[in-house]
Write a protein that binds this ligand. Structure first.
Ligand SMILES: Cc1cc2nc3c(=O)[nH]c(=O)nc-3n(C[C@H](O)[C@H](O)[C@H](O)COP(=O)(O)OP(=O)(O)OC[C@H]3O[C@@H](n4cnc5c(N)ncnc54)[C@H](O)[C@@H]3O)c2cc1C
Length: 305
């Protein structure tokens, strides 16, 4: 056991107000509906609490993972003998800063943030309304859709570090590019972000959000568990088109299936295991590579023990 009783007792005593639960099923927190228990899940309520937790975990050499809304994650069926630090509702307050700027906690969903912006007559987050992740996850991934991406609207980002500090960084220093930010490969937890938007009539903003949601509903299997696009867009092509052309639409391994509606999505058609999804992803990569010479790179992030 890497997450020992002693570690859990230490966290409880050092951070008595911290919300935590032991052996928390990850499938309940991941949109794929796959994943066994996390030995310990902690949900900080403030950036200071999050920073203190990260410091404690680092000092004790405890293995940990960061997560938001779990909409881009694949977790093993055996679970994780790790501490999962999850940001959600408790860190989701949004406030207007003036000059078209909104600062929000990293746990807010993009849908809620986009609606908040629309109600304030601020445009720029319409693209993000239908992306089911949290603001923190969207910063981490530089999430994007329909020609927009977080890079276009982010002004600055606040994050907690394993030295116990909370720092702020201008978005321009985050190396934001297609589904990438400088947070990748670090142990930094995004705790809040400020976006800069442009004034527009709320009804116009809402109309655009409705239009994009309709497009999404028409083209994506939103009624089935998934983690969105399984693979990144390769240079010079589209993953969904390559998978479709390889004749893989509807192809299944166990409970994991290439969506009939959108070949870019692997769905859990019922009872899919971690192994089913991984094997299907490998099969897709191999088949597409053999046919086109293009190697698809996963967009879905696989957590391992
Ligand atoms: C139906 C569906 C449609 C989707 N459509 C789109 C789309 O159009 N465009 C798009 O870009 N994505 C899309 N996605 C994928 C997903 O919603 C995005 O990648 C989103 O940004 C993930 O956010 P999350 O909070 O769910 O992150 P999680 O899945 O919880 O985590 C993903 C990664 O981000 C890291 N992370 C999460 N929160 C933080 C934080 N606070 N600080 C540091 N690191 C953090 C995690 O460590 C992990 O590596 C879709 C997913 C689904 C299920």
């Amino acid at each position: 056991m890497r997450v020992s009783e002693e570690l859990i007792a230490g966290i409880r005593s050092a951070l008595p107000g911290l919300e935590l639960s032991e052996n928390e099923p990850m499938s309940a927190h991941c949109s794929f509906r796959i994943g066994g228990p996390a030995r310990l899940m902690c949900c900080p309520k403030t950036a200071a609490e999050a920073a203190a937790l990260l410091k404690l975990l680092a000092e004790r050499g405890a293995p940990f993972e960061l997560m938001g809304n779990g909409t881009n994650l694949l977790v093993p069926d055996e679970g994780l003998d790790k501490v999962v630090v999850r940001l959600g509702e408790a860190m989701s307050a949004a406030e207007l800063l003036g000059e078209g700027r909104i600062r929000a906690g990293a746990g807010i969903t993009l849908a809620k943030l986009a609606v908040f912006a629309a109600n304030e007559g601020l445009s720029g987050l319409e693209f993000a309304h239908g992306i089911p992740g949290s603001l923190g996850g969207a910063v981490f991934m530089n999430a994007g859709a329909y020609g927009g991406e977080m890079k276009d609207v982010l002004e600055s980002v606040e994050y907690a570090e394993t030295d116990g500090a909370v720092r702020s960084v201008p978005a321009a220093e985050l190396g934001l590019s297609y589904r990438h930010s400088a947070f990748e490969g670090t142990e930094r937890l995004v705790t809040a972000a400020t976006v800069r938007l442009t004034p527009k009539e709320p009804e116009e903003i809402r109309a655009r959000m409705r239009e994009l949601l309709e497009k999404r509903r028409a083209s994506q299997p939103l009624d089935m568990p998934s983690a969105g696009s399984t693979f990144k867009r390769p240079a010079g092509g589209f993953a969904a088109a390559l998978i479709d052309e390889a004749g893989l639409k509807g192809f299944a391994i166990g409970g994991a299936q290439v969506s009939e509606k959108h070949a870019g999505f692997v769905i859990n058609r019922g009872g899919a295991t971690f192994g089913d999804v991984l094997r299907l992803m490998e099969h897709i990569q191999k088949t597409v590579f053999d046919r086109s010479g293009i190697r698809l790179e996963p967009e879905v992030r696989t957590l391992k023990d």
